[in-house]
Design a protein around this ligand. Structure first.
Ligand code: FPP
Length: 273
């Protein structure tokens, strides 16, 4: 069905797939685990929803809705693979500048997705957390998020981190501001400010840096995502639009990651010994 305006678009039409894992997929996952290291933290810039919808003659929200199916598939696959942290760039600080009906539609989609998926997240021992300025979100949205975070707080299998009203520059700015206050109060000296101290004031203080950053839709940009944290992340960029990005391409991204030599500024000889 084609939707040409937001008013006639009904988010309740969300279709849950909840497919059972096939034995072929289980085999692919176990091979991937044997072939190399599974990234501890994968972060994703989910891009191309609008173009995916446009190429089908539909409104942008149709693409965001289809993107939720990819979120579900990638979350499930990461948990099955033993990824510890999956961070999804779901709404950037800059996204507030989009047309109001798209912003409202995205908020509704988020609330709807949380209602549909939180129990399943919990049943799968997945902990939900967020990074970003949640206080900018409508109260109903904040409440839904708080409930999902509370319900899943003790889960251990995987951490699903949603970056919401997040940007890397905002994160660094708020960290620097907190350190400036500590200097002003005489709690620390300017020379105490170190890499580790800045890291400890970022909203990701308790989260390891991403090992692998995936960006869909073929753009070679970071778009203000995890700017401090990505210093030594491996990048994987694919032309696939986010609604078409499913677990088989995730495996491709991980295979590419497994072939890289991570040197962290050292020489090849140093890291191979
Ligand atoms: C970028 O595509 C995508 C977004 C700004 C929103 C991503 C949101 C979802 C996938 C749905 C909700 C998420 C969760 C976690 C339930 P774009 O709109 O910039 O696409 P374009 O570049 O083709 O215009």
């Amino acid at each position: 069905m084609l939707y040409t305006n937001y008013a006639e678009y009904n988010l309740d039409t969300l279709t849950l797939t909840n497919k059972k894992q096939t034995s072929d997929d289980r085999l692919l996952q176990s091979r991937l685990g044997e072939e190399g290291r599974i990234p501890r933290h994968i972060a994703v810039i989910m891009d191309g929803n609008g173009r995916w919808a446009k190429s089908r003659g539909n409104i942008r929200l149709f693409g965001h809705k289809a993107g939720v199916d990819s979120v579900r598939d990638i979350t499930e696959a990461c948990a099955q693979l033993g990824v510890e942290y999956l961070t999804l760039y779901a709404f950037s600080t800059e996204n507030w500048g989009r047309p109001m009906d798209e912003v409202t539609g995205l908020m509704q989609l988020l609330v709807q997705s949380l209602r549909n998926e939180t129990r399943k997240l919990n049943d799968n021992d997945i902990r939900l957390l967020t990074i970003g300025q949640l206080e900018r979100f409508p109260e109903s949205c904040q409440r839904e998020l708080r409930e999902a975070i509370d319900l899943t707080r003790d889960n251990k299998r995987m951490n699903l981190c949603l970056a919401l009203s997040y940007s890397g520059r905002w994160d660094i700015t708020q960290a620097v501001r907190k350190l400036a206050v500590q200097v002003k109060q005489g709690k620390i000296n300017p020379e105490d400010i170190s890499d580790d101290l800045i890291t400890s004031e970022l909203v990701t203080a308790d989260i390891p840096d991403p090992d692998l950053i995936i960006r869909t839709s073929g753009e070679f940009r970071i778009s203000n995502f995890l700017l401090w944290q990505l210093a030594y992340s491996e990048l994987y960029i694919t032309n696939t639009y986010w609604p078409d990005f499913r677990r088989n391409e995730l495996y491709e991204a991980i295979r590419s990651y497994q072939k890289r030599e991570r040197r962290f500024g050292k020489t090849s000889e140093q890291v191979s010994t």
